[in-house]
Write a protein that binds this ligand. Structure first.
Ligand code: NAP
Length: 282
């Protein structure tokens, strides 16, 4: 009998995660046998959990909130993508070593540019939030050469720190990018109009909760994208439409595409994402 590839997703909360179903769909495409665990793990139990998992022959693990930063300390090698993000969403075993990588930015830009046909080059982009997800996606967005990137966060100091960190790691001189960071005050948010507004805050995890954005923020917006995924439109998506955004999307496509990139790291196989993109798992 073929040996099953041992995979997992960890974080807290974790029961809502669709990663097992997504990876099962990918594995079925290649007749790859997988065993996919979904375990609740906290920063306190992370080190022991990872040690036990890989000792028992584990191949790869998806890392989610709130472990993405902490998990970096548990890898032997860190990819450029994870180093720039100061966070990882995947750890895998290869050649007797543990590798950390961050596929979130790849997943988002693939969903935006290839699935939703929204080019980022020369665009004005607003990112709401400055947590782990924002850190994961911003380096990939910068690579696509937008004209302006603004990061706005409830705790302003966190947005300023994120910008400072990134400027220490990425050479922005050759790029004609205007990069700004600040809080959620109306005068900062409304000083520009944006082609793309990305909600990377965790506000949508609390049903019915609003960031309290000014309605005028969305005038001229081609796409308002919520990283959170849900069967119903999130409050952010509803507010964006009411404010004049042409289109809205949740983060399902990003989740599928980051998963496909993680699956490639684990198996060297590139899955077809089209079926899952068309039919989200309930
Ligand atoms: P995180 O590190 O905990 O950061 C949360 C961010 O949200 C912080 O910037 C926080 O601001 C802000 N925030 C929380 N509540 C808020 C509120 N009521 N009003 C305004 N801002 C608020 O979380 P994360 O890892 O970045 O994840 C963020 C979201 O991205 C989650 O919904 C997650 O599910 C989603 N995500 C989706 C994918 C995907 O593949 N689709 C991948 C990764 C993450 P403060 O700094 O002021 O606290």
């Amino acid at each position: 009998m073929d040996k099953k590839l041992k995979l997992a997703v960890i974080g807290k909360p974790i029961s809502h995660s669709k990663s097992p179903e997504i990876h099962q769909d990918f594995a079925n495409q290649f007749d790859t046998k997988i065993e996919f665990r979904k375990d609740e793990v906290t920063p306190e139990t992370l080190e022991t959990w990872l040690a036990d998992f890989f000792k028992a022959g584990g191949k790869g693990v998806s890392i989610t909130l709130p472990l993405k930063e902490e998990a970096l300390n548990n890898a032997d090698e860190i990819s450029d993508r994870a180093r720039l993000a100061s966070a990882c969403n995947v750890i895998y075993a290869k050649d007797e070593k543990l590798f950390a990588d961050c596929t979130d930015g790849f997943g988002l830009t693939k969903d935006l540019e290839e699935n939703l046909k929204v080019r980022l080059k020369d665009k004005k982009i607003l990112i709401l939030g400055a947590g782990g997800a924002a850190r994961g996606i911003i380096p990939s967005i910068i690579e696509k050469k937008p004209a302006k990137l603004k990061v706005a966060n409830r705790t302003e100091s966190k947005a300023l720190l994120l910008k400072e960190d990134l400027e220490g790691k990425v050479d922005l001189k050759g790029k004609s990018l205007i990069f700004q960071a600040g809080g959620l005050a109306d005068d900062f948010l409304l000083a520009d109009s944006y082609d793309l507004v990305i909600n990377s805050t965790s506000v949508s995890t609390q049903a019915g909760e609003s960031i309290g954005l000014p309605k005028a923020l969305f005038s001229g917006t081609k796409l308002a994208y919520d990283l959170f995924y849900a069967a119903e439109k999130t409050v952010f998506m509803q507010e964006a439409l009411a404010g004049g955004a042409e289109k809205v999307s949740d983060g399902w496509g990003m989740l599928v595409e980051q998963g496909a990139e993680s699956f490639r790291l684990w198996t060297n196989l590139i899955p077809d994402t089209s079926r899952l993109l068309e039919k989200p798992i309930d």
